[in-house]
Design a protein around this ligand. Sequence first.
Ligand code: AMP
Ligand code: ZN
Length: 134
Amino acid sequence: MSDCIFCKIIQGEIPSTKVFESKDLVAFLDIMPANKGHTLIVPKKHFDDLESADPKILAEMTKLAQKISKAVLEFCDGTNIVINNKPAAGQIINHMHMHVIPRHSENNFKFDWPHRKYEDDINLYSEKIKKSLQ
Ligand code: AMP
Ligand code: ZN
């Protein structure tokens, strides 16, 4: 996509700090890292979001996330592996990608989500999901 910043990085029109490249994927450092070493795994083919992505590419991304997680664990204590899927979930760049975020025991920030309660509707939600999965 011509106006996509990640497509421009993949095409070499915008610089990036690349740590990995294969036929289908690139991984480069996030320019505004949650912690140093925060890495983005990006498919070379543009997919807007998780639902439109090729499942084989998603599998490759997950395998690479495991490798990059192992690599950053040389200098950190834990990792978060995150896909922000669609604007409502915080996706800013609409070229689907995965974050590998290094974490340190001494700066243990939390992802700021609430811990709500179900009333009597937990089964309603499980049924909705199960129905769509069929
Ligand atoms: P998301 O909210 O999941 O869409 O995350 C997009 C991420 O891309 C953010 O963490 C940004 O800091 C990062 N980002 C934006 N522009 C660039 C760039 N030119 N190079 C590397 N990372 C970038
Ligand atoms: Zn793109």
